[in-house]
Design a protein around this ligand. Structure first.
Ligand code: ADP
Ligand code: MG
Length: 348
């Protein structure tokens, strides 16, 4: 984080917990009709009438899930919300509320938390959700953020990971691998900066991949689009850990196998060129990179005409019987078993 010397740094101790909460949350407006009581009482009150309620939580820890040396706090606030909403959309539900809990050390001045909350507020506006509560506490070291996202779905529309059937098509939204390559570029620039703090990074040719890393979007639009196209996926999952591990989750829970075609995996040109520059295989990046926040789903073949030609969707494979296993069909038409690597938080 490049710190502005003129920036004000108000110690959190100047405010106290309650004033801090008030200060950070005063701009939040209630827009959802399902929000009966928002911030300010012992608990929020929501009313979903006949709809089912979807709840998902994520915990983000400094230097495990984010690095403040290249992640501006405003982006972090935005991303913390978006990654949670992505889980709600993966249930084919619409997100309506979030709660945000933070633990901060006194290393962070008030202005830093204002930036974090500016990002949270922007995400709340963009995705049309209410921030209805949270908790605020101190931490002895870094920053910790936990977001709980709440959504609603008509019981007939909910989509689980476990409904894929043999012969279904495997479909993915958007393109893959960009967030991971964005991270590679940012890590490289961080090393350069350590050696020469005066160097001016030229990141123009990496705009898309860096944006995918620092400011990802969740596919709320896809949930709406599927409903307009009258397509209900048989199974769905969001791609947070990389395509291969998500395919494995979906297939295992559905008790099916699959053939995934390497040549069909959607990649942005910037991902392809950056992979060449870093000498990394772009398929490996798409399979194991993670943080794409796209949706992976299966549909019955009858639904294919409704999705055909839509630029949001790419058919990347077929669901098979479980006994046939899960395979990547390479460009050379050899079949190799899909292995999950996923995100390596546990291995350092
Ligand atoms: P309690 O003592 O019951 O935990 P708090 O004083 O922590 O209550 O919180 C008061 C209100 O402010 C509650 O509605 C709570 O959900 C909300 N709140 C606390 N911290 C945050 C935060 N970081 N972001 C959003 N809302 C918060
Ligand atoms: Mg509290």
């Amino acid at each position: 984080m490049i710190e502005d010397k003129n920036q004000q740094r108000t110690p959190l101790s100047d405010l106290g917990e309650f004033a801090l909460i008030d200060h950070l949350t005063k701009h939040f407006e209630v827009t959802q009709k399902t929000t009966i009581k928002s911030i300010g009482d012992d608990a929020a009150v929501l009313d979903f009438k006949k709809n089912q309620v979807v709840i998902s939580t994520d915990l983000l820890i400094e230097n495990v899930h984010f690095d403040l040396s290249y992640m501006p706090l405003k982006h972090l606030g935005y991303k913390a919300i978006v990654v949670n909403l992505s889980d709600v959309y993966a249930m084919n539900a619409i997100a309506t509320q979030v709660t945000v809990s933070i633990a901060v050390s006194n290393r962070f001045p008030l202005e830093a938390l204002e930036d974090l909350y500016a990002g949270i507020e922007t995400a709340a506006k963009v995705y049309d959700i209410d921030v209805v509560g949270g908790d605020t506490t101190s931490s002895t070291t870094g920053l910790l953020i936990s977001v709980t996202a709440i959504g609603e779905v008509e019981p007939k529309d909910v989509v689980y990971r476990n409904g894929a059937k043999p012969n279904d098509l495997l479909v993915v939204t958007g393109d893959l691998g960009a967030a991971y390559m964005g991270l590679q570029v940012l890590e490289r620039e961080k090393e350069v900066y350590k050696v020469n703090p005066n160097s001016q990074p030229d990141l123009e040719s990496y705009t898309y991949i860096i944006e995918r890393q620092l400011k990802p979007e969740a596919r709320k639009d896809v949930v709406k689009l599927l409903s307009e196209l009258k397509v209900k996926p048989s199974a769905m999952i969001d791609i947070s850990d990389g395509l291969s591990s998500e395919i494995m989750h979906l297939c295992k829970q559905s008790k099916v196998g699959c053939d995934l075609y390497e040549s069909k995996i959607p990649l942005d040109q910037e991902v392809i060129s950056t992979c060449e520059e870093f000498n990394i295989d772009s398929t490996t990046v798409a399979l194991n990179g993670g943080e794409d926040y796209e949706l992976l789903f299966t549909i019955s073949q009858e639904d294919y005409p409704n999705l055909k030609g839509n630029p949001n969707f790419t058919v990347i494979g077929y669901i098979k019987e479980a006994s046939e296993g899960m395979h990547l069909v390479t460009r050379a038409e050899t079949k190799i078993p899909i292995k999950a690597q996923g995100w390596k938080n546990f291995n350092g």
